[in-house]
Design a protein around this ligand. Structure first.
Ligand SMILES: Cc1cc2nc3c(=O)[nH]c(=O)nc-3n(C[C@H](O)[C@H](O)[C@H](O)COP(=O)(O)OP(=O)(O)OC[C@H]3O[C@@H](n4cnc5c(N)ncnc54)[C@H](O)[C@@H]3O)c2cc1C
Length: 311
């Protein structure tokens, strides 16, 4: 098949971040009739990243904008089609997958879900303005930029503590700001954090505003018990108040964990034959560009094998 019936493809990819663009590159280069559906900018989370220092091949680092542009150009080189739209639902019709967007309906044999994840925002003044200029949601990505700095970490769960512990490799001092008087994180992380001389705690406190000039200089903190508001000087604010998988369109169709991440095996195969998951939207250890592109390549190759076996 492929191309005969309008809106019908061998492979449809949901999401045009690094996982989706890599899956598109591999699928279209394997001469599969491929469509990628993206509802925002090609590049996904990379488009909101100032400098990427840990993606191989760029010894001086690369901007998120540039890496997005390069990946998009390369993915389109082999004839992949793209369409702009938000995927709202995926259904099965026998072995066929039916993908409905806000504007149209598409059909395919193999579907690769690459819809990523998004960081939960604090939704306070200054957060957007200073994103990439002192406000960060990723210690692995940005920790090294804060060498010898004095920073705050917001959150009290596992991710806040593991990221804070990782950040102590770089920073001079780190204060964890938590809205309760006890942490939610696993005991072992709590013990490690409490024992680390670089980590201090500000309990019963919430961040109300992030302030600065060109970069972050302070956070405004409110004590939820006393109501008192103070300004706390800092060079960076790492916000770990949750990561949300963007998997609504396939909820109820493929198996997911309790947080909504798609469960897929080493070949990126989900619980439904012919549906694959790649990148941040799947349950995995490390959510980074390098792991997303690895998943994208694997998922496209697995989709190709799936289509061959059905012939
Ligand atoms: C601020 C920031 C800095 C980062 N820095 C680094 C770094 O330095 N190094 C590093 O390796 N990683 C970094 N990361 C993490 C990295 O960007 C992600 O791990 C990676 O982008 C995941 O790729 P993905 O393709 O799985 O998902 P995403 O990049 O999230 O892409 C998913 C795409 O799917 C689209 N989409 C979602 N739902 C739908 C739908 N229903 N219909 C249509 N389209 C949809 C989205 O619009 C998005 O474009 C950073 C992330 C952030 C937010």
């Amino acid at each position: 098949m492929g191309g005969g019936k309008s809106n019908t493809y061998e492979v449809i990819i949901l999401g045009g971040g690094p996982a989706g663009l890599t899956a598109g590159l591999y699928a279209s280069r394997a001469r599969l009739n491929t469509l990628l559906i993206e509802n925002a900018l090609f590049g996904g989370q990379m488009t909101t990243t100032e400098t990427i220092d840990n993606y191989p091949g760029f010894p001086e680092g690369v901007t998120g904008e540039e890496l997005s542009r390069l990946m998009e150009e390369q993915a389109k080189r082999f004839g992949m089609e793209t369409v702009s739209g938000e995927v709202v639902e995926v259904k099965l019709e026998g072995d066929h997958k039916v993908v409905r967007t806000d504007e149209s309906t598409y059909h395919c044999e193999a579907l690769i879900v690459c819809t990523g994840a998004e960081y939960r925002k604090l939704e306070v003044p200054g957060e957007k303005k200073f994103a990439g200029k002192g406000v960060s949601y990723c210690a692995t990505c940005d920790g090294a930029f804060f060498t010898d700095s004095r920073i705050v970490v917001v959150g009290g769960g596992d991710s806040a503590l593991t990221e804070a512990l990782f950040l102590t490799k770089f920073v001079k001092e780190l204060t964890i700001i938590h809205r309760r008087d006890a942490l939610r994180a696993t005991k072992i992380y709590q013990e490690k954090a409490m024992a680390n001389p670089k980590i201090k705690f500000l309990w019963n406190s919430v961040v109300k505003e992030i302030k600065g000039d060109d970069v972050v200089r302070a956070v405004v903190v409110k004590n939820v018990k006393t109501g008192e508001t103070t300004e706390f000087e800092t060079e960076g604010a790492f916000l770990f108040v949750g990561l949300l998988p963007r998997t609504e369109s396939v909820r109820g169709l493929v198996q997911m964990d309790e947080a909504g991440y798609i469960i897929a095996n080493d070949n990126c195969e989900t619980s439904v034959k012919g549906i694959f998951a790649a990148g941040d939207c799947r349950k995995k250890l490390l959510r980074q560009i390098a792991t997303a592109v690895g998943d994208g390549a694997t998922a496209a190759f697995a989709a190709e094998k799936y289509l061959e076996e059905r012939e």
